[in-house]
Design a protein around this ligand. Structure first.
Ligand SMILES: Cc1cc2nc3c(=O)[nH]c(=O)nc-3n(C[C@H](O)[C@H](O)[C@H](O)COP(=O)(O)O)c2cc1C
Length: 382
C-alpha cells in the first residue's frame, strides 16, 4: 500500500497502521473509556441530511473563511496535537509546511515536539498555540510572552483536560512519555524496524515548549505526571479572564460544550470558542460538537466565532458544520494518520483531497461561497 492508494480517511488510517508500531498507532487511534464519544463524533454528521439547490451557476468556488481575524483559504485547519515527531520524524514541520502551502491555520501543541520558533520560520501563515494552564502563574505568563514573541496569531486554551482521559489502549500497551512499554508493546516496536531507524537517526525527541520548565526523563516527570502535578485543576473563569487580558489578542477556549460556558467565554473577552470533546479522548459519553453546534451558534454566534472539531473525515462533514453556523472546522486524526503514513506529502495529499471534496460538494450543493451555506441546506433526521 502506497500514498497514492490513499483516497480517504480509512485508507490513510490503514497505511498509518501498517507503518507505526502498535502502541503509537493506538495512541492516535484510541480514545477514552468505551470510545463511544469517539465513534459518535463522526456518526453525528449522518443525523443531518444536505439539501442541495440546482442551477445556480457554480463554475467558480470560493471556500475561504475568516476566523478569529485570520483569513484562511480553506474552511478547515489542523488542530493542535501532541507528540507529532513520534508519528513521523518531520512532525510539526511537515504539518505546518503542508498547512501553509494550502493557506490554512495549524495549531502547535504545548506538548509539541518542535519549538514554536522553528515552526514560525516556515512562513507567516496563521499559527495557533495550544496552551495548558499551569499552577505556576509565572510560568503561564512566561509562556505567553514567548508565544507572543514568536509571532503566534491565536491563543487556544484547552479547557477539557483538567485531568487526563482514561485511555485504556495506552494502558494495555504501556504507552507513556517517557516510554515505559510492557513486553507486548516492545514486541510491536521490534516488528516495525523502519520506524525505529528513523527515530534514532533524526534529532532526539524533545518537548521544546516545556523543556525549559519541566524535566521529563525516566524516573523524573512523565506526561501523566505533568498533567497531575503541574496543571491547575483549580483553574476558573477569573484566571482565564486575566489570561485573556494579558494576551491582548485573539483568544479562544478549546473544549467548550455548553451554551452557558460559551456565553461566559464571550463575556470575558474571548474572540472564539471551539466546541470539542478532544476527539473523544477525555470525557466519554460527552455530547458531540456537531450535535451542540446549533445551540451555541444561536447563543453567541453573532458576537464571537464558533468553531468545532471532532470526527471530521469528509468534505460533506465540513459543509454540514458550516451550514449549521460554524466559522471553521478543525481536523485531528484526519491529518495525523496521513502524517504517520507519509510525512509532509501525506498531509498535503489529505488536505488536497479534502479541498477537492469540498469544492465538488459545494458545486453539487449549488453554493459558490461559504456565506451561501445555511441551515436551509440541512434537514435533521428524527
Ligand atoms: C493523538 C492526538 C493528540 C492530541 N493532542 C492534543 C493536544 O496536545 N492538545 C489539545 O488541545 N488537543 C489535542 N488533541 C485533540 C485535537 O486537537 C482535536 O480536538 C481532536 O483530534 C479532534 O478530533 P478528530 O481527531 O476526530 O478530528 C489530540 C488529538 C489526538 C488524536
Amino acid at each position: 500500500m502506497r500514498l497514492t492508494d490513499c483516497h480517504n480517511f480509512a485508507d490513510f488510517r490503514e497505511l498509518a497502521r501498517r507503518r507505526l508500531p502498535g502502541p503509537i498507532f493506538n495512541y492516535i487511534d484510541g480514545a477514552a473509556d468505551d470510545e463511544v464519544t469517539y465513534r459518535r463524533n463522526t456518526q453525528s454528521f449522518n443525523d443531518v441530511d444536505l439539501v442541495p439547490n440546482i442551477l445556480r451557476g457554480v463554475e467558480k468556488i470560493d471556500m475561504s473563511v475568516t476566523v478569529m481575524g485570520q483569513k484562511l483559504a480553506l474552511p478547515f485547519y489542523c488542530s493542535p496535537t501532541a507528540l507529532q515527531r513520534l508519528f513521523h520524524h518531520d512532525g510539526e514541520l511537515a504539518v505546518a509546511r503542508a498547512a501553509t502551502k494550502h493557506g490554512t491555520m495549524f495549531g502547535v501543541s504545548s506538548l509539541g515536539t518542535t519549538s514554536l520558533e522553528d515552526v514560525r520560520k516556515i512562513g507567516d501563515g496563521p499559527q495557533a498555540y495550544q496552551f495548558y494552564f499551569h499552577k505556576d502563574r509565572g510560568l503561564n505568563k512566561a509562556m505567553m510572552r514567548r508565544a507572543k514573541a514568536s509571532g503566534v496569531n491565536v491563543m487556544m486554551l484547552t479547557v477539557d483536560s483538567i485531568t487526563g482521559g482514561n485511555r485504556e489502549r495506552d494502558k494495555r500497551t504501556g504507552f507513556s512519555i517517557p516510554f515505559k512499554l510492557n513486553a507486548r508493546g516492545i514486541a510491536q516496536f521490534v516488528m516495525k524496524p523502519m520506524w525505529g531507524i528513523n527515530y534514532i537517526t533524526h534529532p532526539a525527541f524533545s518537548l521544546p515548549q516545556l523543556d525549559e520548565h519541566v524535566k521529563m526523563a525516566p524516573g523524573a516527570m512523565s506526561i501523566g505526571g505533568y498533567f497531575t502535578e503541574m496543571l491547575d485543576p483549580a483553574m476558573n473563569w477569573k484566571d482565564v479572564e486575566e489570561m485573556v487580558d494579558e494576551w491582548g489578542g485573539h483568544f479562544c477556549l478549546k473544549g467548550v460544550m455548553s451554551v452557558e460556558d460559551a456565553k461566559k467565554a464571550q463575556k470575558i473577552g474571548c474572540t472564539g470558542v471551539i466546541l470539542s470533546n478532544h476527539g473523544g479522548r477525555q470525557l466519554d459519553g460527552s455530547r458531540t460538537a456537531f450535535d451542540q453546534l446549533a445551540a451555541v451558534v444561536d447563543a453567541v454566534g453573532s458576537k464571537i466565532d464558533v468553531i468545532m472539531d471532532g470526527g471530521v473525515q469528509r468534505g460533506t462533514h465540513v459543509l454540514k458544520a458550516l451550514s449549521m453556523g460554524a466559522k471553521a472546522v478543525g481536523m485531528g486524526r484526519a491529518y495525523l494518520f496521513p502524517l504517520a503514513a507519509a510525512g509532509q506529502p501525506g498531509v498535503e495529499r489529505a488536505i488536497e483531497l479534502m479541498k477537492t471534496e469540498i469544492e465538488r460538494d459545494m458545486k453539487l450543493m449549488g453554493t459558490r461561497n461559504v456565506s451561501e451555506l445555511s441551515r436551509k441546506n440541512l434537514i435533521i433526521r428524527h
